[in-house]
Design a protein around this ligand. Structure first.
Ligand SMILES: Cc1cc2nc3c(=O)[nH]c(=O)nc-3n(C[C@H](O)[C@H](O)[C@H](O)COP(=O)(O)OP(=O)(O)OC[C@H]3O[C@@H](n4cnc5c(N)ncnc54)[C@H](O)[C@@H]3O)c2cc1C
Length: 363
């Protein structure tokens, strides 16, 4: 085989292996969600209280889902935006809050650090994510500068190998929970004015002089598992923890924010699939109930039963079409009332659930 063809084949094998390992990671993550939300702790018990029970969080992080987007040279899977969306979608099927937590970590911290972080700072940071289940978030918004973020007042000065950053930030997702933050700030000049450009810095809250004080936790509505609040910033960041923009800081910030918006369709996809599955399961359960109630008092003509089913199935066009095609609901020769009921139940239960599940899987 010519050399160029050989290297192409090797590349294909490499990308297949990579695809496979990312798929394994996704399967393991789905299994950990099942254990965390449905076996060890019932999600219904804590979904309307603030925060996540520590055991649940530990279980969710046990398969190291944040390794997905960490570059391969630092021990991660080097996942792309597409892989990130697949994970976010799988997570939102179980929990929107978990999905957004993954999204914050990947899109608002890991991906920008991978792209713009200095080589000397990355190994230490990524090692904390891979081996100590650390989390990261992003602080842009300030109490007086929300939509008008570029006018932010958090500022930095540079001295003796450090950036001294001071200011207030609020509404950052994972407030008080994340171990690492990307802090945004404007340079304060010698004449005490603020430069127009925005710089970004990695802050490790467990390192000396980098602690961020949470002044207040917000009692916000919405996804209760994600904490928000107001933070006081007065930290000294080593020079190697500054992100290096390709052109300027505002472009870097825009790139970060634009890439992060890819997640929302991913979150929506998993969530809508869950609603669809639940709606179908609910409707099927109702069909079952109504049929057995009708059948119980005495023999029911088959055509009546099938008629009811066709009406009910018309609420579910996908399922109904599947079933009607194969005429599985026509009870042809009931030998007894009992036999009719069993036969019907068999078809309604097994046939419809299977068809519905297949349909859902295809979507
Ligand atoms: C759930 C949630 C998660 C968040 N996560 C993060 C995070 O992780 N990190 C982070 O840094 N921030 C985060 N934020 C903050 C978010 O980015 C800001 O809330 C957003 O930028 C809006 O700012 P604001 O709330 O101060 O509203 P304001 O800017 O005060 O806006 C209030 C209203 O005025 C309108 N408005 C503002 N300016 C204009 C204008 N010029 N013309 C017309 N109308 C205008 C807005 O549309 C809005 O309706 C989060 C917020 C929420 C709610």
């Amino acid at each position: 085989m010519p050399l160029h063809q050989q290297s192409k084949t090797n590349q294909n094998i490499d990308s297949q292996t990579e695809e496979k390992s990312i798929r394994h990671l996704l399967e393991d993550f789905k299994a950990s969600m099942k254990r965390a939300f449905h076996e060890e702790d019932k999600i219904d018990q804590f979904c309307s209280t603030r925060g996540l029970p520590p055991a649940v969080l530990k279980e969710l992080m046990s398969e190291n889902p944040l390794a997905l987007c960490i570059p391969k040279e630092y021990g991660g899977f080097g996942g792309s935006v597409r892989d990130n969306i697949a994970f976010v979608s799988a997570a939102s099927y179980e929990s929107l809050a978990l999905s957004l937590t993954l999204g914050i970590n990947n899109a608002l911290f890991i991906q920008p650090v991978s792209k713009y972080g200095q080589e000397s700072a990355k190994p230490k940071v990524f090692n904390q994510f891979l081996n100590h289940s650390c989390m990261g978030g992003l602080m842009i918004t300030e109490p007086d500068f929300g939509s008008d973020a570029l006018s932010m007042h958090t500022s930095f000065t540079q001295k003796e190998g450090y950036f001294h950053i001071r200011g207030k930030k609020h509404w950052a997702g994972l407030t008080g929970m994340a171990d690492f933050w990307l802090l945004t700030a404007r340079k304060r000049t010698d004449t005490d004015s603020l430069m127009r450009d925005i710089d970004m810095f990695i802050c490790d809250v467990n390192a000396p002089r980098q602690n961020i004080v949470v002044e207040e936790y917000f009692e916000n509505l919405g996804l209760y598992q994600i904490p928000y609040g107001r933070n006081h910033i007065d930290v000294y960041i080593p020079e190697e923890q500054r992100l290096i923009p390709r052109t300027n800081g505002i472009q870097m910030l825009l790139d970060l924010l634009h890439r992060s918006r890819f997640q929302f369709p991913g979150m929506g996809l998993g969530f809508i699939k869950r609603i669809l599955d639940e709606a179908i399961a609910y409707k099927i359960a109702r069909c079952w109930q109504q049929t057995s109630v009708r059948l119980r008092p005495g023999p029911t003509p088959a055509h009546k039963v099938t008629g009811q089913f066709h009406n009910l199935l018309s609420f579910l066009p996908e399922v109904g079409r599947d079933c009607r095609h194969r005429k599985r609901f026509v009870v042809t020769r009931p030998r007894s009332e009992y036999h009719q009921k069993c036969y019907f139940r068999y078809d309604a239960g097994i046939g419809t659930v299977a068809a519905a599940t297949r349909r859902c899987q295809r979507i």
